[in-house]
Design a protein around this ligand. Structure first.
Ligand SMILES: [Ca+2]
Ligand SMILES: [Ca+2]
Ligand SMILES: [Ca+2]
Length: 585
């Protein structure tokens, strides 16, 4: 990874940038016109968010050229911070040890109280709920009924109440959509396996003989049925793949999609295992048929509700995953390469890896179509990957929440919850308090043992500590939400020449934000660097939005060049600064 990014950084980010801008000019021009107009310094004040957006099921067609306003509601995900929740582990409202919808409703004020004036809440504006359907396994990725909710999580009315309460606070909810496969216990599969003349037989993929080939990670994909024939299941024998070549399956998905968007009113979907949908024999990922189907699905979603959002899990190189958004098959796709690069860069304390990787991905993806994250429910928790280093965790949060893209925070990440695989251990109950069951449940009934550190690491304690990781997340999320340049601005990595000093500049319509992170545990002096901004020549004051101190003013030269800038004599150990330039009148 390091070699890839350093190599690309050296070998010509400039050339690549020009090539990619040419390639993507069409997308860019639709959303963010390349303007030759002079920058307008005052413009951001007019568009700063002042109230909670009213979320309604608006099915009006979306006008073109919509991203000029960073808070535009037609592309709401572009100014959102998402939060991923494993419902089973978040909050148990009825004491059975299992997290539920009412539990999440009770915690909404922690996530976002709907009042922009208060800053005691985390400030996220969208939720991704891991699967909420009835399912065979604890994790829910093996669905047994697509038109109901998991009774362990509550009733459909409970879920609708959660949706309404979230919407009142300006929080949208997308649900995990697991359509590549069902559970082997789904009635469709049970029927299909029991009789070759079952109407559901062709919902799945069968072979009389074992074709013998293996899957993308050399796993068995052909599984012997009770009848002695074989069925295809890329993930496991308990998860038979649906046959999307069968129109009846597509019709079922249509019905299910319409149900969740229209009858229930969710705000979008996260497509699980999107690259696996349709196989061409031994070619099992990213097939043209998969791309074609996802386009069909995307058009279906938008025809039902143009404001519903689709984000895909394409766990692959970003050069592969970007294709899913380039051709309007999804609104966003998760960037797994960037997650790996950030974690590696933080562990090596190498600003070049952090900056060049971010730069590469930002150039690769159209604006706000890159879903960024540190980790998700399939990865060892970020705290474990950074060896529990609190400064590194704060740096990670700062990268995620100041970079381009649409950030996703995995529940518990904001308090530095620990956990390494097996999977159950990265999905343990949220640590709310130091009480028994960490305030997640009661009477020791939690469905799985809590992390042993919950008495020292929990929401309650960190809310009271202005220097806690949670306070850092709150501060960064709230700052991002009210700073257009951080939400939708251009991103430019600044190569400071110091491996320990990460720097970047974000710009939107004359708002210029500089981000600086000292990755080392030592103070740094003499770290002056050059940069270029889109501002008229002149003198500018520099105000810290994050961090303290009196910053050296800036003189912008012709062509926006700033020479040898150093905001402070000394950048203290692990310092994080977010600076805004303002013209001196
Ligand atoms: Ca419960
Ligand atoms: Ca608030
Ligand atoms: Ca498939």
């Amino acid at each position: 990874m390091r070699r890839k990014y350093v190599f690309l950084a050296i070998l010509g980010l400039g050339g690549l940038a020009i090539a990619l801008i040419l390639i993507f000019q069409n997308q860019y021009s639709k959303t963010r016109p390349l303007s030759s107009a002079p920058p307008r310094i005052e413009s951001t004040a007019e568009i700063t968010q002042t109230s909670v957006p009213q979320i309604s099921k608006n099915t009006q067609p979306i006008p073109e050229d919509t991203l000029v306003n960073p808070y535009d509601e037609t592309n709401w995900w572009g100014h959102s911070v998402f939060y991923e929740i494993f419902v089973r582990s978040y909050s148990d409202s009825n004491g059975d040890g299992i997290g539920d919808f009412n539990g999440i409703t009770a915690k909404l004020d922690y996530l976002n109280d709907g009042d922009p004036e208060t800053t005691s809440d985390l400030g996220i504006t969208a939720l991704w709920l891991m699967p909420i359907f009835p399912a065979s396994s604890y994790h829910g990725y093996d669905v047994t009924d697509y038109l109901a909710v998991n009774p362990e999580y509550g009733t459909m009315d409970d879920f609708k109440a959660l949706l309404d309460a979230a919407h009142e606070r300006g929080i949208r909810i997308i649900i995990d959509f697991v359509i590549n496969h069902t559970s082997s216990e789904h009635p469709w599969f049970q029927s299909a396996m029991s009789a070759t003349d079952s109407p559901y037989r062709d919902y799945y993929i069968w072979s009389d003989q074992n074709p013998g080939y293996v899957g993308p990670w050399n796993e068995t994909v052909w599984h012997k049925s009770i009848r002695g024939d074989y069925y295809y299941g890329v993930f496991s024998s308990n998860m038979p793949d649906l046959n999307f070549r069968n129109q009846a399956v597509r019709d079922e998905i249509k019905k299910i999609t319409s149900f969740w968007l229209t009858d229930v009113g969710v705000d979008g979907f996260r497509i699980d295992g999107a690259r696996h949908l349709i196989e061409d024999g031994e070619v099992q990922v990213n097939t043209p048929e998969t791309h074609q189907y996802l386009k069909e699905f995307y058009n279906l979603v938008k025809s039902i509700n143009p404001r519903a959002m689709v984000v895909g899990e394409v766990w692959d190189s970003s050069f592969v995953s970007v294709k899913y958004v380039q051709d309007q098959e999804m609104d966003m796709v998760f960037d797994f390469d960037l997650s790996s690069a950030w974690i590696e860069g933080l562990n090596r304390r190498d600003a070049t890896i952090l900056g060049s990787s971010t730069m590469l991905e930002v150039q690769l993806f159209p604006i706000n179509q890159m879903a960024t994250f540190l980790t998700n429910h399939d990865m060892n928790r970020i705290s474990d990957q950074l060896m529990g280093d609190e400064a590194a965790l704060k740096a990670a949060a700062s990268l995620l929440l100041t970079a381009s893209g649409v950030p996703f925070v995995y529940y518990g990440e904001e308090i530095g919850m620990s956990g390494s695989k097996p999977d159950e251990q990265i999905r343990t109950p949220m640590q709310w308090t130091a009480a028994k069951d960490a305030g997640f449940s009661q009477d020791g009934k939690a469905w799985i043992a809590l992390n042993s550190d919950y008495k020292k690491k929990n929401v309650d304690l960190q809310l009271k500590d202005p220097n806690s990781l949670l306070s850092t997340y709150r501060e960064l999320i709230q700052m991002r939400q009210k700073t257009p340049a951080l939400l939708v601005g251009d991103y430019q990595w600044i190569d400071t020449g110091f491996a320990d000093v990460y720097a970047a500049v974000r710009q939107f319509e004359g708002q210029v934000i500089i981000i600086l992170i000292n990755l080392s545990d030592s103070p740094i002096r003499d770290f002056a660097f050059d940069l270029q901004v889109n501002l008229p020549a002149g003198n500018y004051s520099v105000t810290p939005l994050l961090g303290n101190g009196v910053m050296t003013p800036i003189t912008v030269g012709s062509n926006g060049v700033i020479k040898a800038y150093q905001p402070l004599d000394e950048l203290s150990s692990n310092a994080r600064l977010i600076l805004e330039l303002k013209p001196v009148k």
